[in-house]
Write a protein of this length. Sequence first.
Length: 130
Amino acid sequence: MKKKEDKKPKALTAEEIEEFKNILLAKRREILGNVSSMENDTLHHERSELSNMPIHMADAGTDNFEIENTIGLMDSEKKILQDIYDALNRIDEGTFGVCENNSEPIPKKRLEAIPWTRYCLACASKLEKH
């Protein structure tokens, strides 16, 4: 009777790590552009020629909602940006693609979905429950 082989993920090759580095750098550029655009569009938004007219309370409420929503999105983008910087540091340190919880290689499919992930799916699921 043949033993079923363990389907443990393999460590990434140098070429694969370089591909992920390029993906992370591209995502970083995208997020930096998004955050900058959000700041310019919402937070530095000047009122049009109607700015001399009195502000209706509903308009002020809408403006406040848009600003709060944008700040929330920017916070989320900045968290991902920090995760990307951390992943780039792990590439430099030689620990990219290794689960920080169990030291096992993270499956390539998971890294393709979330290239800045620190954990394999099983460990990430456990950590989210706590």
